[in-house]
Design a binder for this molecule. Structure first.
Ligand SMILES: [Zn+2]
Ligand SMILES: [Zn+2]
Length: 319
C-alpha cells in the first residue's frame, strides 16, 4: 500500500498541512487542505507527480473537520464525481461555523469569556469559514471506530481518537504499524484540545484533555513505527513523543492549578494569566487550553468547581 504525503500551503498560523494519498484502489485522499487556490494547485501538482488526477479520487476521508484539513472536500468531491466523503459523525465544523451554534456560545459563557470577546471570536470564525465548504448530513458517510477502509491489497483500521476535536480519527496500517493521525499527533507542538460542546449532550463540555490522553495511549498500544501527523514531519519515535506529551500536560496542569487564587477564578481569567500576550484566534485557543487543564484537574479531584450564575468558578480545595 503506497501512502504518499503531500504538503499544502495554508493561510493559518500553523503553516502547511499534510494530506495523504493512498495510491491504491479505490484511490483515497486523507484530508484535503483548505479551500484556497494555492492549496488546490499544490494538491493537483502533488497528485500529478504521483501519477494521478483529481478525477481518479474515489474516497475523501477526513481526520477531522478543521478548515485546514477539510476545506477542499466539497470541490474535490464534485470534480472527482461520485467520490464518497467520510468523516466521524461527532465532527460538526464541516457543516457550519463552529461558533454559530448556541452551544458554542454557552460553553464560552460558562468559561467566563466576556461577551465582547465572544463576539470577537465569532467574527474571527466568520473569516475562517471561507476556507471550507459546508456539508449537509446526507452528504457524507460516517467513520466508525474499529471500522476499516478496505483497499485492493489490505486495509486501514479506523481508530476514533478524540481530543483535539470530538470526532478526530486516526488510520492504522497494521501490516507495518504506520499511522495517519491528523492533528492528534504533531511532531513539534502539543495539539490544542479545542473547547467544544459534547456531541452527545450539548449542554456539557467535551472532556477533551482526558479523552486525548486515552487516545494517545490507544495509539501507543499499536507500537507504531511511524506516525504521520497533520502538520510537520512524521514521528519515528512515538514512545518518546508520548512521554514528552504526558510530561508537558503534567507540567501545564501544575501551572494552571497554581494560577487559581484562594477566592476562585474562571477559565478565561486563568487563560489570560497563562498567555497575557495572546490576541485573536490565540485567545480562543488559550481559553481552550485553560478549560481543558482545569477540567482534567477537577475530574482528578485536585481542584473544586462551582457554578456562580452563568459562569463556572474554580477554587483551590479547602484544606
Ligand atoms: Zn485541527
Ligand atoms: Zn491542523
Amino acid at each position: 500500500m503506497r501512502i504518499i504525503p503531500i504538503s499544502l500551503p495554508t493561510p493559518f498560523y500553523i503553516g502547511p498541512v499534510n494530506v495523504y494519498l493512498v495510491a491504491e484502489d479505490p484511490i483515497t485522499i486523507i484530508d484535503t487542505g483548505p479551500k484556497t487556490k494555492e492549496a488546490a494547485e499544490a494538491l493537483r501538482a502533488g497528485l500529478r507527480k504521483a501519477g494521478f488526477l483529481i478525477s481518479d479520487i474515489r474516497r475523501i476521508v477526513l481526520t477531522h473537520a478543521h478548515e485546514d484539513h477539510c476545506g477542499l472536500a466539497r470541490s474535490l468531491r464534485d470534480e472527482a464525481k461520485n467520490a464518497e466523503v467520510f468523516v466521524h459523525e461527532w465532527e460538526t465544523g464541516h457543516r457550519a461555523g463552529r461558533l454559530e451554534y448556541a452551544e458554542h456560545r454557552h460553553v464560552l459563557v460558562r468559561a467566563g469569556v466576556p461577551a465582547g470577546e465572544i463576539e470577537g471570536m465569532r467574527r474571527m470564525y466568520e473569516g475562517v469559514r471561507q476556507y471550507a465548504d459546508s456539508f449537509d448530513d446526507h452528504e457524507y458517510s460516517p467513520l466508525w471506530d474499529e471500522g476499516e477502509l478496505e483497499f485492493a491489497s489490505g486495509a486501514l483500521r479506523i481508530v476514533h481518537t478524540p481530543g483535539h476535536t470530538p470526532g478526530s480519527c486516526s488510520f492504522v496500517r497494521e501490516a507495518d504499524r504506520t499511522i495517519i493521525a491528523g492533528d492528534c499527533v504533531l511532531k513539534r507542538v502539543t495539539p490544542n484540545p479545542v473547547l467544544s460542546p459534547d456531541p452527545i449532550d450539548a449542554s456539557r463540555r467535551f472532556p477533551s484533555l482526558s479523552e486525548y490522553l486515552v487516545s494517545l495511549a490507544r495509539l501507543r498500544s499499536f507500537a507504531p513505527t511511524l506516525v504521520h501527523g497533520g502538520h510537520g514531519d512524521p514521528v519515528g519515535d512515538y514512545e518518546e513523543l508520548f512521554n514528552r506529551y504526558v510530561r508537558a500536560i503534567d507540567e501545564r496542569q501544575g501551572q494552571v492549578i497554581g494560577l487559581i487564587p484562594r477566592d476562585g477564578t474562571t477559565a478565561w481569567e486563568v487563560s489570560r494569566a497563562m498567555f497575557p500576550q495572546t490576541d485573536d484566534v490565540h485567545r480562543f485557543l488559550a481559553v481552550s487550553e485553560a478549560v481543558a487543564h482545569l477540567d482534567l484537574a477537577h475530574s482528578g479531584g485536585k481542584i473544586a468547581l462551582e457554578v456562580a450564575g452563568e459562569k463556572e468558578v474554580y477554587r483551590q480545595l479547602s484544606s
